[in-house]
Design a protein around this ligand. Structure first.
Ligand SMILES: [Zn+2]
Length: 371
């Protein structure tokens, strides 16, 4: 016969499983929605930049941020003057372009392609002679200028729903309880005044210094959610996590799913943050559909959440209500336009900074290197 404790445990596991199933369903909803596909189609129009150009953009954007010219320390979409015009947006007056190096190509013609010496460069507009083969080749670089989306105005930029920071108070005792577990794992919790100190993120786990940093300039509810996320990293992942993009995506899905479960057990609705965050990272795992990625992490996430919840002496939600993931309270029916209209009208990104800069942008590579 099962003891009360075993029953409680079984109940809890069943609730967490159900919670994970709902999370998976919400991720599916989000990534199959129109906002998501529009944003992907838009992103596909921006070409990948070379690593050196990414660094050039990064450095100059930081300078523009420090000079107060752009609202966000991280560049988002970056394009040339005419490309922005083609997308229905105009570079705003007084915004300096970022200089990058664009390839210069030349056209070469030859009647005998196998003979390297026979190739001659064609002048602009010059036509090849009869029987000649034409090929283009990079012959050098020239300076070119690009602008970040935040330096332009015009047609709205289609974006997938962005994580929304939690507001309000933290559940009593949860912060201290999580700190104790982070410390028991050999990490020190450090509170930093702002995101600028941790690469623009809300929190950061440093496996070299053995620290977990959380920024203080957000509501206590958001801070405690971030701490739960970082504790998820501490318990589930190790220092090699960042090396592979593949693993990074899975690691973020796991850590944030743990945070959702810890939050839900305390009556916190983290879905406005968790669903877009998990979807974005799950979509970055190559070769798998986002929903598959989330599903595959279910077991590890549940185990970790249980371990954390078992060690807390906080008051936890007993009736199995999972705020935010019940059918009535999800807001997926509400048009995204309505939700984000004020932000768009202000002409700037007011989206909260993700835990680890999880924006699907062209400079993502640089962000992942923690630059
Ligand atoms: Zn993370």
């Amino acid at each position: 016969m099962a003891t009360t404790r075993e029953q409680t445990q079984a109940n809890r596991e069943a609730k967490l499983d159900e919670l994970h199933e709902r999370l998976t369903g919400e991720v599916e909803n989000l990534v199959s929605g129109e906002d998501w596909s529009r944003a992907l189609a838009f992103a596909a129009r921006f070409r990948a930049r070379s690593f050196s150009n990414t660094l050039l953009i990064w450095g100059q954007h930081q300078g523009a941020y420090e000079a107060g010219l752009v609202p966000d320390p991280m560049p988002s979409y970056v394009a040339g003057y005419r490309q922005w015009q083609g997308l229905g947006r105009q570079v705003q007056k007084g915004q300096p372009g970022y200089q990058i190096l664009a390839p210069v190509t030349g056209r070469f013609a030859s009647a005998n392609p196998a003979d390297a010496a026979s190739w001659r460069r064609l002048n602009k507009g010059e036509k090849p002679r009869a029987g000649e083969v034409v090929r283009s080749k990079m012959v050098g670089v020239r300076p070119a200028y690009v602008w970040d989306a935040s330096q332009t105005a015009g047609d709205p930029i289609p974006e997938p729903p962005a994580p929304k920071l939690l507001e309000g108070e933290a559940p009593a005792g949860l912060w201290d309880g999580l700190v104790a577990q982070v410390e028991a794992a050999g990490f020190a919790v450090v509170r930093v005044p702002h995101e600028g100190m941790i690469h623009g993120a809300n929190g950061m786990t440093d496996y070299t210094a053995n620290t977990v940093a959380v920024r203080e300039n957000m509501d206590p509810a958001a801070q405690v959610k971030t701490l739960a996320h970082e504790l998820g990293h501490v318990l589930l992942q190790g220092p090699d996590q960042d090396e592979a993009r593949q693993h990074r995506g899975i690691g973020e899905v796991e850590a944030e799913s743990v945070a959702l479960m810890v939050g839900a057990a305390h009556g916190m609705d983290t879905t406005g943050y968790t669903i877009p965050y998990v979807s974005t990272w799950a979509a970055r795992v190559d070769g798998k559909e986002p929903v598959e990625v989330v599903k595959a992490t279910g077991e590890r996430v549940r185990k970790t959440a249980l371990t954390i919840l078992d060690q807390l002496d906080t008051t936890q939600v007993a009736d199995g209500t999972q705020p935010g993931l019940d059918r009535e309270s999800t807001r997926r029916d509400q048009p995204a336009q309505e939700r984000s209209a004020p932000d768009r009208a202000a002409g700037r990104h007011v989206e909260p900074l993700p835990e680890h800069s999880a924006r699907p942008v062209s400079v993502a590579a640089a962000q992942e290197r923690g630059l």
